[in-house]
Design a binder for this molecule. Sequence first.
Ligand SMILES: [Cu+2]
Length: 588
Amino acid sequence: MSRKSVGKILFASVLMISGAALPATAQSFRVQCPTSTITHPDTTITQMVNSSEPAYTGPTTFSLGSGGYVVPSGNVNGAIKCQQISGGDGYSTMANGTQTFMFSFGPLSGLADIAAGLPGTQVPAIFNTVYGATFMPGDPANSDGWSTDPTVVASRSLSGFTFNGAVGLTPDSDCIAANAAAPAGTAASQLPCPNLPTGGLDGHVDPRQIMDIGVMNGNIPAPLMAIDEDDEFFLTLSNVGMIMRPDLFEQHTVHFHGYPNASSFYDGVPDASVAINIGGSFTYYYLAPDAGTYFWHCHITPPEHLQMGMVGQIYVRPRQNRTPLGTTLYASLQKQQGDLRTACATVSVAAPVSSDILCTNPLPADNGILLGQTSATVAQLDTLGSSSNNPDNGQQLKYAYNDGDGLTAYNVEYPIQIHGFDPNFHFVGMTFNPEAFAEMKDKFFLLNGRSYPDTITPGPLTTESSDGRSHFSQPLPSIINIPAGGKALLRISDLSVTEYSTLASLGIPMHVIGYNAKLLRDQEGNNMDYYSNSITLGGGESLDVILDASNTSVYQKVQIFYLYTPQLDHLSNDQENFGGLMTEIHIN
Ligand SMILES: [Cu+2]
């Protein structure tokens, strides 16, 4: 039995999907996004179109269900989220104008959001929608991708493409026909496709559309993902193959780096689980772990596939964001001690003792200042008048972690991926030459796949690929806009293969609050956060930094600061000087 067929059997049996009967067809692309599960039985929550999550008022309680497994019986937290990505190849444009070949992931759902620099993660009600027209080859979010006319490119508008559903999703006509042909009076459970959802959307896809969109459509960074703590996340990877390397039959995987207590089956390490072949889909399943800034990458020949561009960002928003207004954050975190997955109390819930080394969110020590903090809405930050740059005004304040004391509050967040490209490695990777791993040396130093000055170019960057068409290649700018009087959370991850990188901020202190997806706090509850003017990361590390511009007597509109590396050899774009690992921070 091939590794692929093992994967398909486990895929069907482990996940308990709604459309259990797979019709006998030749295609093997597929998506999966159930509207309810054992953990999230309430379709009125999971199908919410506006992505809002239920308020967190206490841990989910469970009781033994009729099937012999526990089912939630109260306070069902979190929701269901879905995303589809392609694994294949593509091109990106470096800041000196060079087109660079990549092995890469591209978006196959949430395309409009990805093009707008947002996470492509969707609720089922949005993911499970069928595109109203026929997909044409190329990146559909880039509506005039055939044109390389500079004026057309400059006037390109994102507003026309709003589809965020799953590319390829189409009614399962075989199942619809088979059910219709069943004898009248057949019990629903005895139909050929017994759990076929209304409309026949059971994850069946048209593979032509997935190829038309997925081929040559790789992005750097790989599609951005964001989930909320307690969510179930269904992530489908479809391997569309690499057009520029038809000699290769490369598999790809998704490795959710740093994910605590991961099932090895969904860990993406090919030796320990499964890898996805060309022409196949596989749905990874995660119960969202502790809040924090994570990242993900392909785990096939990691130095090669990471260097070539298969690196992405994922972050998990904390339960604290869902604390009902007016509740103290401390009381909210106390309630979380009743959840066995995150509890720190080993003696009693009433008198928590943080001797549990798996404890992830210790209650804060009483420093006399922060413990009275209640969940609140974002105030009018802008003391200079206009509120147009304060989009969160009136919405609930957000936090990076379940801190219990408001230490990690922020107004705007920016995922920042540090990466590097060695152009020689990418060239030989495209041209069938042997790659010299030991000589790998980065010459492009990238923040979200771009070097300065491309880092401050708003909107997605496009690259003309070998299909003669312009594709969105680098969707995520790294310019940081802080509303006057506000705080920005930088979710920094480093996926560089060869280099350590330092980022410095002069003028706005870096308040370091988390490291490797963990709040900086000791087991006694003492905050270990610190202020710095630079941070240094190697590949495989992440860090949460808050840039605090809330002092309006110091930080005012139209001021510009720089986030840059003091490593002078990283301030270049290959042979071109004045570029590299640098971006701008605007107060506005
Ligand atoms: Cu790969």
